[in-house]
Design a protein around this ligand. Sequence first.
Ligand code: NAP
Length: 252
Amino acid sequence: MSPKRPVVLITGGGRGIGAAVAQLAAARGYDVAINFKSDRASAEHVLETCRASGAAAVALPGDVTNENDVTRMFDEAEAALGRISHVVNNAGITGRSGRLEATAAETIRACIDINVLGALWVAREAARRLSTRQGGTGGSIVSISSVAARLGSAGEYVWYAASKGAIDSLTIGLSQELAADGIRVNAVSPGITRTDIHERSTGDAGRMERFRSKIPLNRIGEPEEIAEAVLFLMSDAASYITGANIPVSGGR
Ligand code: NAP
């Protein structure tokens, strides 16, 4: 019998960085649970490419802001693929760009709800399921933060930068809390990466190109380049790394 493949659940795995993580994980020998919120067609396309790499894969609808959805998606992933060993906390939005004073409460609340509370619900469920003290296999959690956490995103979306600051704190604290449970907890902080988030979420179609000159490597990052850092942190090659946060930002 072939050895059991590790199982990774990726929130927001149907598009952008999450999709690139799912596809690279499948190619590197993981079975993959792809969560999406509303874009089923994109998630199913990613599912097919994962299966074409030889992975068992499922696509699971669910809103990370809803605790019951989070529990259900872990249940369904484990029913389909077996015990989860890795979780990528990726789902996120920015909200329309603007100064704080001109931004509606619902824009800010939606961002905090998904990026902070959603990440907390997912990390909490991961802690419960992966912990070797609770019968889990151990493993790792990787959260997608942003260089915005330290740059601050003035004039664009300071609330989003603040939400990613919360992810950085969560990564430090949870890495210490879960070390004795066999769970490593790390983060990757992308810089500007080529996904739909810029147009769909910020509403600022020209954003990526406008920022190019501020990036020392003078180009936009590709989702696959973020996925490489995530897969490294998940892997045994990173077995002594916990509480780390790797910027993948072209030097920005
Ligand atoms: P994206 O292309 O807009 O994809 C976002 C993904 O999140 C989609 O799969 C979406 O699902 C999912 N999602 C949104 N709200 C959700 C919810 N409530 N529950 C479950 N899933 C939800 O964004 P991206 O650029 O790949 O961003 C991924 C992560 O990287 C985010 O945390 C973002 O903050 C971070 N990041 C991105 C950049 C960048 O330049 N792209 C830079 C720094 C950090 P649907 O497909 O169903 O809508």
